[in-house]
Design a binder for this molecule. Sequence first.
Ligand code: ZN
Length: 451
Amino acid sequence: MSRVEVRFVCEECGYASPKWLGKCPGCGSWNSFVEERINEEQRKGKRIDKPSLQASSIPLSKVPYESDFRFESGLSELDRVLGGGIVKASSILVGGEPGIGKSTLLIQVAHNCSADRKVLYVSGEESAGQVRQRAERLGLVLDRINILTETNLEVILDVIEKEKPQIVIVDSLQTLSSAEISSHAGSVSQIRYGCMEISGVCKEVGAAVFYVAHVTKEGTIAGPKIIEHMVDTVLYFEQGAMGVRLVRSAKNRFGSVDEIGIFQMSDKGLDPVSDPSMFFVSERQDEQIPPGIAFSAVIEGSRTFIVEIQALVVDSKAGYGRIYSEKVESSRISRIAAIMERHANVRMTDKDIYVNVAGGVKVDDVCIDLAIAEALWSAYANVSLPDKMLCLGELSLAGEVRPVSFAGKRLKAASDMGFKRAVTSRVNEAEVSLQVKNCHMIGDAFGVLER
Ligand SMILES: [Zn+2]
């Protein structure tokens, strides 16, 4: 009989403790600890190699230069988020809610790369027939993609070792199950063990590996958070409005994390949106914009986007105001509303405030403070703002409009998109091709609009 060690692990972040805890010291979650049993044999690990006695160091100059260590996925927006393409033998986690398009994206990647690379698609979620149907619907060449419908980890490892693919897609991480681990598929220990073993074998055969991992708000299944530190790159899907999908990287060992990939879902799968500069602005027939709309320019990685902030301000039924905002943090809206009330005499306390961003993109760039204030004022006063007017500024608690970083770049992008004027702070009009109104205090920003 092998000795079994019992410990408790947080399903949210993987924090381990010898005893059960109500609140996780790692991530602050409540009731997230589950029991985990580890075999003594398994701890010793049959895959741990003996340290080599021949090891020696070499000068950096003697390290062979790898010129082609990246290859393209065939989806420009995915390559952008990855930092220029898929890195050979790297591991990539793709997280998101069920049904958001993770499998669709990866079957497209599998297909694109299969033209000159060997691809293995491991499906534990769907049957081979279902995957085939999806691939057919997307119009992909079927005989280039090899599929393995399997959830048993040892079998999967064996196939990877034997077939030596160059790309492996594991859909999903939560279905993997190893006989070495006593807990059920989808548990923290199964996910962690499966990820470690597959990454190990993929490194050996030189395959890049994508892991699909589901995230649910209810937290009924262990989240991908627990393996974020075990992979090279972490990508998260975000749902936008009208079939828009955004892919952001939360970690990237081979590139920056501030690029954002934008896709449009269609019957042919996820199409990269290569020119998104006006993608987050609603299309309108006439030049007149309704009250409650203001525009700003945000920078994501190497690109600048125009974003449309929409606001609605109505009398509160409850007697006290509430804020409804998903795409911009509510605490930020309430701070801006408080600044407006104190410094511009716009009373918001007894109002319900709704704020949205067109296209459903999440924005946390501070430069949109002024646009939020302008949209709120416009909704409150029921007066349309002038069309093609860019609002650019951060608000201080003292009611000042503060200048933003890369103002020149943002104003240039707006002017390229046909914007005529801008409300901002400390911008030299002579240096930009827009009519500029510089405001020092928030009150002045509204004043200029009323005339
Ligand atoms: Zn935790």
